[in-house]
Design a protein around this ligand. Sequence first.
Ligand code: NAD
Ligand code: 0WE
Length: 256
Amino acid sequence: MGILDGRKGIIFGVANERSIAWAIARALHEEGAELAFTYAGEILEKRVRPLAGSIGAKIILPCDVTKDQEIERVFQTLKGEWGGLDILIHAIAYAAKEDLSQPYLQTSREGFQLALDVSAYSLTVLARQAAQLMEGRSGSIVTLTYLGSEKVIPNYNVMGVAKAALEASVRYLAHDLGPRGVRINAISAGPVKTLAAAGIAGFKEMLHYSAGRAPLRRNIDAEEVGRAALFLVSEMASAITGEVVHVDAGYNIMGM
Ligand code: NAD
Ligand code: 0WE
């Protein structure tokens, strides 16, 4: 008996076994949820299929969130196979590499649009599609954000601007979806060594710095994000919507 027995969920953002989305998927699966997965491109398909298969997932579909057709196909398939949906996890972010190294001041229109499209707008389009399948089923949506939306984190740059838009989107979407019984929240995770973090110069030093200053004097792991996501999608969080929950060992509360 799990607290998510009989629930159906879709996970966007698994790239490999280190992905935060994968830790969330495992936490939800352990509590009985049946899950579908999407992957962004053929290279990641080879990674995602075996992982998804290992927890019995049957629906594994391509979905680049910049492509409306791929998004529509995903939700058409869910409608056909499941007839409804309870849970959606959005764990997607992307900015051009040069926009995470040169000063934010230099961000091009193209770079800005790409980062905001993939990392922020995608939540709105996925939420709109998901909400149609969540009609009458108390659905729940969770996205992933980072402190760089609230405070300046050197080099996070246009991603910080995109995460600010993402967090504001969570509040506006909570207002729009609340009357239909659908909740939406964000988890603001502390730094975790994933594929998206691996390319960042000085990431190891960042981990050391935050562990030294966080109230809990340590970093977090992806499993801790998985458990917070499990809470947010469960009935335990039935009155929580539009919220940004920090899972960062307390780092964000510090002023000095
Ligand atoms: P990850 O690389 O495992 O996941 C990022 C995912 O984004 C990948 O699966 C990738 O395929 C997907 N993606 C990128 N462009 C896409 C597109 N056009 N269409 C569909 N998918 C696309 O890294 P992660 O750290 O697990 O990142 C997941 C989420 O967690 C991101 O939103 C990230 O900003 C957030 N986050 C990460 C950290 C961290 O330190 N790792 C901290 C806080 C928040
Ligand atoms: O959201 C993220 C990273 C998202 C990300 C990562 C990459 C690397 C490869 C988006 N786009 C790209 N594009 C690439 O080409 N995090 C929260 C992890 C992260 O990234 C940082 C951080 C932290 C933490 C970048 C600078 C400073 C801190």
